[in-house]
Design a protein around this ligand. Structure first.
Ligand code: XMP
Ligand code: MG
Length: 178
């Protein structure tokens, strides 16, 4: 598995250090607010797990699943909700947790969909941002790291469901997916 990684971009230590900073900011911004941390399955799970330890106010968390790339590494632009929330969100401030913003299509759709449910607010935290690839106007409110346009895996990010268990973020060798 690890021989398919050409470069480690962020070690576990670097990830945890940045996540602690994000947690501090979020803790400050959501003081006294009813916070719902909403992780997007499956890629955001390791990030969410580490992030919530660093958010030092009461919160609830939940999950949504949307259709993703499958075996392809380029976005289809088609977003489908595979698993939805089971309760009303009218009384909560939603913080969407994503692994990566690429074209932005997924988050644009999700943000609009959630906003239509009349929550107190909707914001986005993403671990990684690939701004060069953006196709639609969507900006994360909190971002861990900006990265170049390369396919990355690990720490929740997959290729074909593999590599999610790597404890770091690495660049996948093109021969692993070409
Ligand atoms: P969009 O294009 O809608 O896509 O912003 C976001 C989703 O695309 C996946 N994605 C990646 N997954 N390595 C991955 O493992 C990558 O480099 C990558 N770029 C995009 C990811 O599922 C994300 O939620
Ligand atoms: Mg994803």
């Amino acid at each position: 598995m690890e021989d398919q990684i050409s470069k480690i971009l962020f070690s576990r230590e670097e990830l945890l250090k940045r996540i602690a900073e994000l947690g501090e900011e979020i803790t400050r911004d959501y003081q006294g607010k009813n916070l719902l941390v909403l992780a997007i399955l499956k890629g955001a799970v390791p990030f969410m797990a580490d992030l919530i330890h660093q958010i030092k106010i009461p919160l609830a968390y939940d999950f949504m699943a949307v259709s993703s790339y499958g075996a392809s590494t380029t976005s289809s632009g088609v977003v489908r909700i595979m698993k939805d929330l089971e309760r009303s969100v009218e009384d909560v401030h939603i913080l969407i947790v994503e692994d990566i913003v690429d074209t932005g299509l997924t988050l644009k759709y999700l943000k609009e969909n959630l906003t239509a449910r009349n929550p107190e607010s909707v914001k986005i935290v993403t671990l990684l941002d690939k701004p060069d690839r953006r196709k639609v106007d969507v900006k994360p409110d909190y971002n861990g790291f900006k990265i170049p346009d390369e396919f990355v895996v690990g720490y929740g990010l997959d290729f074909n469901e593999q590599y999610r268990n790597l404890p770091y973020i690495g660049i996948l060798k093109p021969e692993a997916y070409q």
